[in-house]
Design a protein around this ligand. Structure first.
Ligand SMILES: Cc1cc2nc3c(=O)[nH]c(=O)nc-3n(C[C@H](O)[C@H](O)[C@H](O)COP(=O)(O)O)c2cc1C
Ligand code: SF4
Length: 512
């Protein structure tokens, strides 16, 4: 592996020796110097503006949509629904906090499965007749809290993210994967232990999933959600179908076939729920799967990520938005075609993300500390932030009629407000989305805009516990900074899990 040309080049290019923590960069000039050293371009204003002066407070009116400001909350699943797919008190708390953030675009709340078998974990929310009242309560709780804290719901849009987890389904037991795959992937199949005869979803089964999306969207419409997101990101089913180059039949091969799933879902929603808006969250580019370098994993600490690829897999035929001849690089040509298709389908709302948390988390959610199943950052995470911002900028420039939301901002930490403000002002993006920061400190941008300044002790430092917890069968939340988790028995349980992982890894080291 290491002797292979592609992997070696990637290790040379990506190995992040001596990554400087953002919290150690005292002041904006140090931050700017650091960006220069990294040779990455991230727009950043010298100071944060308050109130109406800030570009983040400006309303956005486009294509018949009006949003009260330029802030979105990304969908953030909590692995804390009931076994039957209904929300729990914890789920309600999270949505309430999203409502209090002041953001005028709530992009989907969290991924909600369109069928039981499509759930990513046994605690994922489900859109079904018996969860109708629960989903209604989530929406109304969020709106009520938004009204209470922001004073009005004017310009607020609340969506519901609909999903089928495809390859990453675990509907029944947290330790039993039940993948529903669109095609055989040479690396992910090996990782997941799927033999060549493992069944691929038939065209008929995919048609059935399309109908589940219709049914779920109609329910969202009846409940008063402003839009549904047809989730096309992070390696889940719709995203996997976009990269089904090797699949035969109606949903694989040509671009036309690989986008049939989306077109059929949209067509059905348009006829069954004619007033409902549609959005799409898309991994604008992907990467090959990464893993911790075993040669540099020491004493319970995962080594830096290296790509798990060799030259026999090039040209790479298992990615969307990936250069087949250099699969470590994005290639946005098909992404552009996809956004053109969205325009044709009269879809105005687009939320751009990248990669997958399962096989290339550093691409999707740049972090200093890896989750328990991850790897140490193979690059300065600011490079990852800049990569997403650059792709969004290029795409937004080509599609001025779309409303484009950007992702991956949480790693900016103390500098998030100035970067977000500059990115909107310089038209790199229309709306800045908050993911992890919305778990640790949902009101960050509201505090800044209302002149209170930031509560530094709540700033997400990308400890990744919100990913480590669900990987170990605990609900997701900000364990280090949110007292609700930190001081509960959940916090103690996560500490035990982490101790066990460290101990186990140290024992392996000793034995080795
Ligand atoms: C715990 C956790 C749960 C997530 N759940 C979802 C989800 O349900 N749907 C989705 O599209 N993205 C999900 N994401 C990805 C985030 O929406 C976001 O894209 C990512 O965290 C990067 O943005 P950030 O840098 O602001 O965190 C999740 C991320 C985390 C950390
Ligand atoms: S656990 Fe908290 S601090 Fe860590 S990445 Fe998640 S939100 Fe950020």
């Amino acid at each position: 592996m290491r002797s292979d040309g592609i992997a070696e080049k990637a290790v040379d290019e990506l190995s992040g020796s001596g990554i400087v923590r953002v919290a150690a960069l005292k002041g904006i000039s140090r931050f700017l110097e650091h960006l220069e050293l990294l040779q990455v371009r991230i727009p950043c204003d010298p100071e944060s503006l308050c109130g109406g002066e800030s570009p983040l407070s400006q309303q956005l009116i486009r294509g018949g949509i009006r949003l009260g400001n330029r802030i979105a909350i990304h969908p953030m699943e909590g692995w804390d629904g009931a076994a039957d797919g209904n929300p729990t008190e914890r789920t309600l708390r999270r949505w309430r906090r999203f409502g209090a953030s002041g953001a005028k675009l709530i992009w989907g709340g969290e991924a909600v499965a369109v069928s039981h078998d499509g759930r990513a974990n046994p605690n994922q929310l489900l859109a079904a007749a018996h969860t109708r009242a629960g989903l209604d309560q989530l929406r109304s709780t969020l709106i009520q809290e938004h009204r209470r804290t922001a004073g009005s719901t004017d310009g607020l849009m609340v969506g519901l993210q609909l999903t089928h987890s495809g390859r990453f389904c675990r509907p029944n037991l947290s330790d039993r994967a039940e993948p529903r795959i669109a095609y055989h992937h040479p690396i992910l199949d090996r990782r997941q232990g799927l033999p060549p005869e493992y069944p691929v979803l038939t065209d008929g089964e995919i048609g059935g999933i399309v109908e589940n999306f219709h049914r779920a969207a109609v329910m969202a419409w009846e409940l008063g959600f402003d839009f549904v997101d047809i989730k096309h990101c992070h390696g889940y089913l719709a995203h996997e179908i976009l990269s089904a180059h090797t699949r035969e039949g109606r949903y694989g091969g040509s671009f036309e076939n690989r986008t049939r799933f989306l077109r059929e879902i949209v067509e059905g929603i348009r006829s069954a729920a004619p007033g409902l808006r549609i959005g799409v969250r898309l991994s604008a580019f992907d990467a090959v799967p990464f893993r911790a370098d075993p040669e540099r994993s020491l004493q319970g600490k995962a080594g830096p990520g290296i790509p798990e690829i060799d030259s026999s897999l090039v040209p790479y035929r298992w990615g969307f938005g990936v250069d087949p001849h250099n699969p470590l690089e994005p290639d946005l040509r098909e992404t552009v075609l996809f956004l053109s298709l969205l325009e044709k389908l009269d879809i105005k709302l687009v939320n751009l993300s990248a990669g997958s948390p399962y096989y290339c988390p550093h691409i999707q959610r740049p972090a200093f500390f890896p989750p328990s199943d991850g790897y140490a950052p193979p690059e300065d995470p600011l490079v990852g932030v800049a990569r997403q911002m650059k792709a969004v900028r290029e795409l937004k420039h080509q599609f001025p009629s779309l409303i484009v939301v950007g992702s991956g901002y949480s790693y900016l930490q103390d500098f998030l407000p100035q970067v977000a403000q500059a990115a909107v002002r310089e038209q790199w993006v229309d709306i800045v989305g908050l993911g992890r920061m919305a778990l640790s400190y949902p009101e960050l941008l509201r505090d800044v805009l209302e002149g209170r300044g930031m509560a530094r002790n709540l700033i997400c430092r990308t400890f990744s516990d919100c990913t480590t917890a669900p990987r170990n069968n605990l609900p997701s939340g900000c364990y280090p900074l949110d007292r609700y988790y930190k001081e509960s028995e959940l916090g103690a349980r996560l500490q035990n899990v982490k101790r066990r992982i460290r101990g186990g890894a140290a024992q392996v080291e000793e034995a080795g």
